[in-house]
Design a protein around this ligand. Structure first.
Ligand code: ZN
Length: 163
């Protein structure tokens, strides 16, 4: 049962990402179609379903940690994908290509619609974006994408919080 619910939730999220992504613009359409496709892989499907729909156990948490890493490793629309692990920039964010930053904004917007049940993500943005580890160029792309969809005041508030 939880697997069926999870399957439908992922499909619904994918649909909202297409709707949001077209409105944000600047994202290749094929990427909106393939968005989060790895959630249907063996490595992610079961662990995600159990994390969100079953009671937590240490095994479920570790399995989800691995599934999340698998997801970030394969999906450039997550900022964690762009954090260097070794070398000169280890532990630091590298600039996300613009279209991935825009896809990330579409993902946030779609998630708000799926979980918050409305398209208004102002509060979520103000609360969360300042905590994310984003390269300055990525932040500019995010501000641009948010401004393009009408979140100009939200961008100003995020800037104030980051000062
Ligand atoms: Zn994703």
């Amino acid at each position: 049962m939880i697997y069926w619910i999870h399957f439908l939730k992922v499909l619904q999220h994918k649909w909202f990402v297409i709707v949001a992504g077209v409105r944000v613009g600047g994202i290749p359409f094929w990427r909106l179609l393939f968005h989060d496709m790895s959630k249907f892989s063996r490595a992610e499907f079961g662990p995600y379903a159990r994390k969100f729909l079953a009671d937590s156990t240490p095994e479920i948490e570790v399995a989800f940690g691995l599934a999340w890493l698998h997801h970030e490793n394969r999906n450039g629309h997550h900022w964690g994908h762009w954090i260097a692990r070794v070398g000169r920039y280890s532990g630091r964010p590298l600039p996300m290509p613009r279209s991935y930053a825009r896809e990330m904004v579409a993902d946030w917007w779609a998630a708000e619609r799926s979980y918050g049940k409305s398209w208004d993500m102002h509060n979520w943005l103000v609360e969360n974006v300042p905590k994310f580890d984003l390269h300055q160029e990525t932040l500019s792309s995010v501000y641009q994408a948010l401004s393009d969809i009408g979140y100009v005041e939200t961008v100003q508030e995020i800037m104030r919080r980051l000062r």
